[in-house]
Design a protein around this ligand. Structure first.
Ligand SMILES: [Fe+2]
Length: 312
């Protein structure tokens, strides 16, 4: 079988304010602080050394998506395929990889130049059991840390990269109206999986719209963990609420959306469906949610970005 990515293993973030990220990550989301220096913050969600690596820097930005591969051979094959497709791939030294708790990794910039993509082999297990500061249990394992949703400039380039090169499979599509009326133009959102998690990467294009990572989703095992985080956001204003509690049409996730300190959103959820490739066939949906997920800016969505950024 051709090599393929196994999961989203980690994300890297740049921030001007590590302290804010420590509050957001640990106190609100329930991530365990594994490393806390003046330069960076490493946050755990499970037995792995880290799932979020937050660097002190000049800007607020999600800088990299780290995708895990299963074998050395797979990493070599995927690297070759990415190179053949015209991407400039950097193979990092063993020392560099080990300094990041990885065995090997390569990196390249995605088609829009919006985020770096890392392909890695072998992330370290932590040497201590995972202990969330607020008792949250995250659904990770084979499904990785969660999923990413990106607004892109050229959907074909992303389909070629993620499906044809990295080996993702289509989960389904959502057609989403870009305005409140039925006549509003529609955009297509594409959902892709690489393990049983319903989607690990999703993308869509708003004509002449922005190119950015809209959100990262993390999933808990327990609706009460989502409820407790939701309370902190709604009652204590622990982070700006973007979309109220709701249920997605395609992956059935019960979730809400909040702004992270670095501009992109975090979807905090539970109950996402799992995909069995033997039985799964893609469907098409006319809206991202069954109920809820109401925009909370105090005014109607100003433009399609508000709607699409948090979809999926
Ligand atoms: Fe999502």
């Amino acid at each position: 079988m051709a090599a393929a990515v196994k999961s989203l293993g980690y994300v890297r973030v740049e921030t001007t304010d590590l302290e804010q990220w420590r509050h957001f990550g640990a106190d609100l989301c329930g991530f365990q602080v594994a490393e806390d220096t003046e330069e960076h913050l490493a946050l755990r969600m499970d037995n792995k050394a880290f799932r979020w690596w937050v660097n002190k820097g000049e800007q607020e930005k999600l800088t990299a998506l780290g995708f895990e591969v299963a074998t050395k051979e797979d990493l070599a094959e995927l690297t070759e395929r990415v190179r053949e497709a015209g991407y400039e791939v950097t193979v990092h030294t063993r020392e560099m990889a080990r300094s990041r708790s990885l065995t090997e990794f390569v990196s390249f910039t995605d088609p829009d130049g919006v985020v770096d993509i890392h392909l890695f082999l072998g992330m370290d297990d932590a040497m201590t059991p995972f202990a969330s500061p607020n008792g949250t249990v995250f659904l990770t394992g084979d499904g990785g840390l969660g999923h990413a949703f990106q607004l892109v400039g050229d959907p074909d380039a992303y389909r070629r990269l993620y499906v044809e090169i990295l080996g993702f499979k289509v989960s389904d599509w959502i057609d989403m109206a870009m305005g409140p009326t039925p006549e509003a133009p529609q955009i297509e959102l594409n959902f892709l999986h690489c393990n049983p998690r319903h989607h690990t990467f999703a993308y869509g294009q708003i004509p002449n719209g922005p190119k950015l990572v809209g959100h990262i989703m993390v999933e808990t095992t327990d609706i009460d963990a989502v409820g407790r985080a939701y309370d902190k956001v709604v009652k204590d204003k622990a982070a700006p609420l973007v979309l109220t509690f709701g249920k997605h049409s395609n992956d059935k996730m019960l979730s809400f959306y909040m702004n992270s300190p670095s501009g992109f959103q975090v979807e905090f959820g539970t109950g996402g469906v799992l995909i069995d490739d033997e039985k799964w066939t893609p469907a098409r949906y006319n809206a991202p949610q069954y109920w809820g997920h109401v925009r909370q800016s105090g005014e109607p969505p100003k433009d399609p970005v508000d709607r699409a950024q948090a979809a999926g």
